[in-house]
Design a protein around this ligand. Structure first.
Ligand code: SF4
Ligand code: F3S
Length: 106
């Protein structure tokens, strides 16, 4: 499965949702997640993210492992999103910042 990781937080560009053939992205206030039970591992979303927040669970950068569980947990709580919308207003400012996990709104 593919996993949305920390750099999506406070950015939420949503380019990823437009390419997913099974519509398995779910939206929270400042982050998106992928439902691991629905993802078919097509890899189409990975290159679409302008801030490189999406990885295969087998290739997660060090320190991002906790996002496997975060995606699985929040995908069952949040609503589905299938159409691109504007990124969050301060997306550029937040790109690449560390410690964004503390900002994750559930
Ligand atoms: Fe959707 Fe494919 Fe990305 Fe999985 S890998 S979330 S199926 S676009
Ligand atoms: Fe997030 Fe990137 Fe999608 S910032 S919403 S994973 S395009």
């Amino acid at each position: 499965t593919f996993v949305v990781t920390e750099n999506c937080i406070q950015c939420k560009h949503t380019d990823c949702v437009e390419v997913c053939p099974v519509d398995c992205f779910y939206e929270g206030p400042n982050f998106l997640v992928i439902d691991p039970d629905e993802c078919i591992d097509c890899a189409l979303c990975e290159p679409e993210c302008p801030v490189d927040a999406i990885y295969s669970e087998d290739e997660l950068p060090k320190g991002q492992e906790q996002f496997i569980e975060i995606n699985a947990d929040l995908a069952v709580e949040w609503p589905n999103i299938t159409e691109k919308k504007d990124p969050l207003p301060d997306a550029e400012e937040w790109d690449g910042k560390s410690g964004k996990i503390d900002k994750l709104e559930r």
